[in-house]
Design a protein around this ligand. Sequence first.
Ligand code: ADP
Ligand code: MG
Length: 693
Amino acid sequence: MTRLEASITELAGVGPALAEKLARLNIVSIADLLFHLPLRYQDRTHITPIAALRSGLESVVEGEVTAADVIKGKRLSLLVRIKDGSGIVSLRFFHFAPAQQKQFARGARVRFFGEARAGSTGLEFYHPEYRLLNDPDAPVEETLTPIYPTTEGLAQPRLRGLILQALQRFEAHPDELPELIPEPLRVRFRLPGLDESLRFLHQPPPDAPLDMLADGHHPAQRRLALEELLAHQLSLRQIRERIREDSAPQLPAGTSLQTRFLAGLPFALTGAQHRVLSEIGRDVVSGVPMLRLVQGDVGSGKTVVAAMAALQAIAGDYQAAMMAPTELLAEQHFRSFKHWFEPLGIDVAWLSGKLKGKTRLDTKAAIADGRAQVIVGTHALFQQDVHFHRLGLAIIDEQHRFGVHQRLALREKGESAGITPHQLIMTATPIPRTLAMSAYADLDLSVIDELPPGRTPVKTVAVADERRGEVIERIRNACRDGRQAYWVCTLIEESEALQCQAAEATRDALVMALPEFQVGLVHGRMKSAEKATIMAAFKAGELDLLVATTVIEVGVDVPNASLMIIENPERLGLAQLHQLRGRVGRGRIESFCVLLYHPPLSEHSRERLAVMRETNDGFRIAEKDLELRGPGEVLGTRQTGLVGMKIADLERDRNLLEPVKALSTALLAQSPACVEPLIRRWLGDKANRYGQV
Ligand code: ADP
Ligand code: MG
């Protein structure tokens, strides 16, 4: 006999073709069928008299055929009239076979299910599901009928039949899918049992609360969602525990390099920067790998914090690597680090995917033999052929762009030397606390909750694009006063090529409109050297206006830029708008952001732009964003450990995150034997992969 975790091909009637369709639904094992939950339910548990039918409601009806005629209306249709003693109703088929007309012989008994709608003959059912009854006492359904998410070529009845087989299998062998949350914890967290929950959701009794089920708030749903979240949380905690068993470099505290670096800065660190640095300092002296997420709003000064941490690694005779998600940003960090570190006699290297030929070989050699002390780059740092001499610290900027895997891959880079590097992860995405707990359960959190002094909050206005002329005047005034401006093009087009073309057109128009100023352009399709030249020119003040696609979203730092125009801001998420806007307001001059929208705005867009006008606070914006868009969008779909949830929905199940945390702690303490099976049940092979690194 097959076991529940066996492949679905072991079930009667499942061949390769069906297995392939099921695989599209992520159903591979028999147990997967059990966790494939209905989207909604139909009530087919009782027969509704025709007189009691209501338009818009789904019902099962039974009656006798009085007529079946082909009607020539606007479209040919087969109209079947049915009576049941309480009234008469029609079935209408626009697609029908001649045989069907014969089937509906006068006097035949029919049972059908569908939604009643007002039609030309009174209430009508369009293409209902129906069957002719030989047995007048044919039973109705005993439970609500589940409607499952399905895929092309796999009809509901077929899928339902398979799930029924799986349920029967489970009933006969309950120990094959054991309860993994022990009774005392289920009582404490008020969770129904696994078997009870699954059975209820696949076969709810006729009186089940449909509203609650539709909202996903039924205890049975809650129980399964919670178990899934728990498995993800435990997996992240496990990664953390494994990493922390390794040994990491013990880096010296309060080094003279750091003192000299600070003395050379034109500003003093903020209190928040100091606090976060002392948290990092405490981690890296301990010999246990640091796993720390630094969260700080746009412009809060994360780069300096990263630089200070890198100096600590170098003082301990280790290398530090800093990775950023885009060439542009990595390039900028490279410049900053070179500017700061070369006077201290530290060698800073650059590695990107675009680095080719001999330069690449030389750089790799310098990384491998330790001549390169600080290495800045893009994803290229992860690549197989890159070997570090003694990597002591891995810094990852703008973490939300990377997934857990990449984070773990950098850690492997230290392995060769038998050391696990410390990890410092930096993000400007202010992740709401509850989400942070769940997405980053493997990280400690530091928050830079203070902006450097002297910043004036950016004033944001929304202007309809009919007033483009006024906006251009505004740029003219700003540039005349020696300020600089950004013009950000956002486009719907999926294709980057089209986006770049449109940005070029905008640049041309602005060159015409503002002949007295220097206008530059950066977009994603330019060569990185070209981009770097333009950015450098803008930073040096040689360009007055920079037209850009959203490539400048992250990290670009030009304090003299005080005006930003964002075209069609309604197309962007709040977090992205906030990131973009963070490019201005970096100096002492009052800065402005003009949201140049295209009317009419939807209610939703209006609401979002209003949030941007009202606040500069990244946390408030993130909370609002979460409310408006849901967590998948807020964190980015690459957030491994969050995507690929079968049942849980972080938005809907937000209030489960606190209990999940408590439950995971309790489970680890009281029933550690349940942890592995739980992770395996929900993460499967993914868990394996985490486990190995
Ligand atoms: P982000 O946190 O967005 O990465 P950056 O590290 O790019 O911010 O810093 C933004 C700007 O603020 C940079 O020009 C940086 O030099 C400057 N800066 C950082 N810390 C301070 C500080 N304590 N006082 C004044 N300016 C600072
Ligand atoms: Mg930054």
